[in-house]
Design a protein around this ligand. Sequence first.
Ligand code: ASP
Length: 344
Amino acid sequence: MPRHKIIMLLYLLICAQICYSQNKSAMTKKFAIAIHGGAGTILKKNMTELQEKEYKQKLDEALNAGYVILEKGGSAIDATEAAIKIMEDSPLFNAGKGAVFTNAETNELDAAIMNGNTLEAGAVAGVTHIKNPISLAKLVMNKSEHVLMIGSGAENFAKQHKMILVDTSYFFDENRFNQLQKLKQTEKTKLNHSDEQGDISNFKDSKFGTVGAVALDQHGNIAAATSTGGMTNKKYGRVGDSPIIGAGTYANNNTCAVSCTGHGEFFIRNVVAYDVSALMEYKNMSVIEAANYVINEKLMKLGGSGGLIAIDKNGNIAMPFNTEGMYRAYKKSSGEIDVLIFKQ
Ligand code: ASP
């Protein structure tokens, strides 16, 4: 072989080697995922061993659905969506199949997703025929110029994009229905209350199962996603914090990705998810300091109950809550994993 061809071949081989090792190092970066299944009065004494096992198994399944995507080099957005879909399809959580009932005995679902790399976001509120609202939120983000769509408009958009709509009977769950009847009864027998106060005063006694996920992928991008049926007995088309970008869901590669759960009105008024990010950005707090401060100091003082999960670009995870418990789990590429329900 002529000399110049050998040199050319060697040159190509070296280039290929450099490319391979660069790609490899880019793809072996750390990654992590955290999920929640709602916060509330979740006490060990009120749960059977079997129930605890069921919750933990489902959390583990959701966690791993997201984790395998990250492991293969997939995006944080896809990982959070996959984890949430598993929980939406389970009657255990207040999202999708297990959504709570409104005062009018319907199920109105909200969801949001946000990409920390591009700051793109998509959300839906008050949808009644969407099996996986988180996928519709992702569709809004990827295929429209809008951020938030509601009710029948959002469902028309889903139809246009060939998403299958389900009958409202899909969301009927006897336990959830009984929960509503019980709450309505309590409301009736309570003296000196207004319609709205009924929901608020009852929040602390209930357990809520909004679901959320935050992830860091191997490309260094973070994302947040949240899906919920809202609060039992909600009225007048009430929408909580989950689909409100900055309140229940937020992601920014420069700071963190956050998904909240709890009494939505407090989370909206306090712009909780963005507040965690802002404390990191403007006060240089770590994700753990910022998340703890917002949930256990600021929100607590105002009487807002709930919690959140947050992740930063280095894979640090915070999971504070000011209630008795929060269904939560995380898994990191370092091998660290935990699935928890109660206060530690
Ligand atoms: N944050 C949700 C809402 O207010 C409820 C929850 O997280 O349990 O709609």
